[in-house]
Every structure is written in C-alpha cells, then in structure tokens.
Ligand binder design. Structure first.
Ligand code: 5AD
Ligand code: SF4
Length: 456
C-alpha cells in the first residue's frame, strides 16, 4: 500500500446537531485518505465549512467566513502550501455552483447527501472546482467509513446517531424540505450496529437525530416497518447504553407508542424537545403546521401523564407574516400554560423559495425584536425556576469530562443541565446519583450520594 503523508483537516460546523454528527462522519470518511483533524485552520490542507441555511443570518455567516478563509489560503500559498476549501451542508445544497461564483477561493461544494464521495471530490478538485449536490440513488450511509474505536473514545461518552433525514411537512417558513429532501429512515439493523459499536467504545448516551425523528419508519430487524418507539426499545437493550434521547420531533408524529415508551423505558430521558413555533391557531395554520395550539397543549398533558418527571423544550418563531399582537400574546399564553425548561426562539427570517417569504404582511423588524425579547424573558424565568427546582433533589448524573477546576468532574442531568461535583475523573462514563446543592445561571452544583451507580 502506498504510504501517505498525514494531511490536516479543519471542519467548522454551523447550525443543528445533525451538522455536528455529519462533521464526525466527514472526518471518518477522510481519515483513510490520511487526513487528521486539527483545531487550527491555518494548519489545514483541507478546510470544510459545514453550513446552515435555516435563517438568513446563518447563511450570511458562511460568506463572511469564506472571505477570511480566502486570505488564509493566500497566506498559505505564499508559504508554498496548498489549501482546499470545501463548502458542505445546507447552503451548499441550496446554492450549489452559485457559491463558486460568489467566492472564487472555494474549490468544492458538496451537499449533505454526498459526503461519502468526499475523497473522490477532493481529488477531483485539484483539477478544477467541483460541485456535487445531486440526491444520489445510493444510500450515503452504506458508503461512509465507520469511525475507529479510538475516534469514538476521543469524542466522549455522549454521541449523536442520525436515524432519519429530510422532511415532508413543508412548514411555510422552512427550507429543510428543499435542502435535506424527502423523509428517509435508515434501516434499524444499521442503526443497531452503529449503536453497538458506540457502546463498545464507551458511549453511554445516544441521541437519535432526524429533522423529523419521531416520523421514523425504518425497516426493522424482522423485516417489518419499525416506529421510533420500537427502535428505542431495541436500542435500550444494548449493553452499556444508559441514556437515550431523540431530536427533533413534530407534534403530529408523537404517536401513542412513543408516549408509552416515555412511560416504561427508563433509559429514555424525561426531556423532550417538541417545537410548537406559535401559540396562535391562525399563525399555525399559515405556517402549515397541521395542528392547533390546543392539540399541542393536550398532547403535552398526555405525555406528562405518561412521564410525570418530563421537562420540555421548544422552538418558537416570532413575527411570522401576519402575526398580530394578539397572536403573539397567544404564544406567551401557551408558554405560561406549558412551562418550558429551555427553548430556542427566533425572529422569522424569510427564506428564498419558501411560501412564507412570498406573503405580503411581513412584520416589521423592530416589532420582531421586541417580541423576541418578551418571549425570551418569559422562557428564561421558567428555565431559572426549573433549575432552582432541582436544588435539594437527588438526580442521576452521567459524567462526561473533568470539571472546570482541579478535583472536579462534570456531567449532565437527565435534563441536559451541566452538573459539577468535587470528584474523581474515574466517574467519567458512569451514571451516579448526585444531590444538587445549588444552581448557578447555567450549571448545577452537587455532591455524590453514597448510592451505587446503575449497573452497566
Ligand atoms: N425563520 C426563523 N426561524 C426558523 N426556523 C426554521 N425556519 C425559520 C425561519 N425561516 C426555526 C424553527 C425550527 C428551528 C430549527 O428553526 O423554529 O424549529
Ligand atoms: Fe422544517 Fe421541521 Fe416543518 Fe419539516 S417539520 S418543514 S424540518 S420546521
């Protein structure tokens, strides 16, 4: 075999967790080509910007970043070093060859469905700039190199695993159905094999990812179609898997069997991210969400009956076209009723090619800003209240890394709150009961309770 000199790879991801997962898979597929990851872009022979197209600000970041990278490429060239610049992710999918026109320093544009072709595309890019944004017939996951056990260990005890991609819902504000394409679920056997490999290498928490993860309907190990609930039940049986999560979901796909899974799968964490976007029926209709505000609140009641210790987070958009003060107030009312432990909230950003962008009654930017502040103040007070409610309670913590100071170790509560305790790094990878003593603005601080960990 030809010996290859190590080359350096720098990947910068924007946007959602799916991009974080994709970045690891890109690094894995490039590893056999001799690429080693670096945190320093100026040392990199190959730079990948893994982009997000969801809001205007996210897309704009890509081009300002590319401007900086062009200078870096020129500096390296002056030192006799070549640099390939690749644009991956959803901006690559949406804009394709247009990116080459806007920024000539780019050598390669690759859409999310083509990462398995990266080694070939990088080679081709030495001849001329390359664009690959086709939706290929083959399944990229069949061709993506699995990570080495050592790589998995380096990445820590908590891992992402994509089980479903794409979306058929076509909410009128959203570019995802266009950039990530139609809904596709991976076969359960492949997911189980990947989860087993993660667990063997010390992963203790797996977050299943999908743009519409609760719509999962993949081929099961028995040949039947499996729901997400069925998949979760199977994954919970894997030795070493202590915690399971899934994100992101749509309310209309929260089926009864998934709700039951919350009731009787202890490994499924009692924390659900369930975007509602708005509390106004008129706006939800205009967004083509397919549900009203009451549907959402009764669904939450039902899930809470199944899992009383459940906490929630959600996504909200303020200032969708036509949103009146009364519509916005309905969103605040919904938030007050449901109570959220955290949230992601955004000003509506018209995206080219989506129906929302064509609507006449766009909301003034200043109004959007003011509404966003009010909404965030409300959810922030709920978040603080939720954090404070854990003080004095005993909660399992999965330890992930050394703490901020010598002699401390840090982990996560079931609700993804960072928890610090005085303790040994030997706790990393173990789930142990901790009494929460106090809470800061983001972290909880606790002490180890003398109770044995859950057996692995
Ligand atoms: N403007 C603002 N927010 C958006 N989101 C998606 N598209 C837009 C847009 N055009 C938000 C939604 C979604 C989250 C991932 O991003 O709240 O749930
Ligand atoms: Fe976008 Fe989610 Fe709506 Fe699909 S369900 S169109 S991903 S917001």
């Amino acid at each position: 075999m030809e010996a290859r000199a190590p080359k350096k790879l720098f990947i910068k991801s924007f946007g959602c967790q799916m991009n974080v997962y994709d970045a690891t898979r890109m690094a894995d597929v490039l590893a056999p080509e001799g690429y080693e990851e670096t945190a320093q872009p100026e040392q990199a022979d190959l730079i990948v910007l893994n982009t997000c197209h969801i809001r205007e600000r996210a897309s704009e970041k890509v081009f300002s970043e590319l401007g900086k990278l062009r200078e870096l490429k020129e500096d390296r060239k002056a030192r006799g070093q070549t640099t390939r610049i690749a644009v991956a992710g959803c901006v690559a999918q949406a804009e394709g060859a247009e990116i080459l026109r806007k920024q000539r320093a780019v050598d390669l544009v690759v859409g999310p469905q083509n990462y398995h072709r990266l080694p070939d595309l990088v080679r081709e890019s030495f001849m001329a700039p390359v664009v690959d944004t086709e939706f290929p017939v083959e399944d990229k996951f069949d061709y993506l190199t699995p990570p080495s056990e050592e790589k998995i260990r380096e990445r820590g005890v908590s891992a992402f695993l994509t089980v479903q991609e794409g979306c058929d819902k076509f909410c009128t504000f959203c570019v995802v159905p266009y950039t990530r394409g139609a809904e596709v679920s991976r076969p359960a056997a492949k997911i189980v094999a990947e989860a087993e490999a993660l667990a063997r290498a010390g992963v203790r928490e797996i977050t299943l990812l999908g743009q519409n993860v609760d719509a999962y309907h993949g081929m099961g190990e028995d040949g039947a179609t499996w729901s997400l609930a069925r998949l979760l039940r199977r994954l919970a049986r894997i030795e070493g898997v202590l915690r399971l999560r899934f994100t992101t979901s749509h309310p209309n796909d929260m089926t009864d069997d998934l709700i039951e899974a919350f009731a009787d799968l202890p490994a499924l964490m009692p924390f659900l991210h369930l975007p509602v976007q708005s509390g106004s029926d008129a706006i939800l209709r205009a967004m083509n969400r397919g549900h009203g505000a009451r549907d959402y609140t009764s669904l939450i009641e039902k899930i809470r009956r199944a899992r009383p210790d459940l906490a929630l987070s959600s996504d909200f958009i303020v200032g969708f076209p036509g949103e009146t003060e009364a519509d916005f107030q309905a969103t605040l009312d919904l938030i007050a009723e449901v109570r959220f432990a955290s949230n992601f909230s955004f000003k509506y950003s018209p995206r080219p090619g989506t129906p929302g962008a064509e609507l006449a009654d766009q909301v003034d930017e200043a109004v959007k800003t003011e509404r966003l502040h009010r909404l965030q103040a409300l959810v922030e007070s709920q978040r603080q209240h939720f954090n404070a409610s854990l003080v004095g309670r005993i909660t399992p913590v999965l330890f992930e890394k050394p703490g901020r100071h010598e002699g401390q170790v840090a982990g996560k509560s079931p609700y993804l709150q960072p928890v610090q305790i005085d303790g040994s790094v030997d706790l990393i990878g173990r789930e142990v009961l901790v009494e929460i003593m106090r809470c800061g603005s983001n972290s909880l601080f606790g002490r180890l309770v003398e109770t044995p960990e859950r057996a692995i």
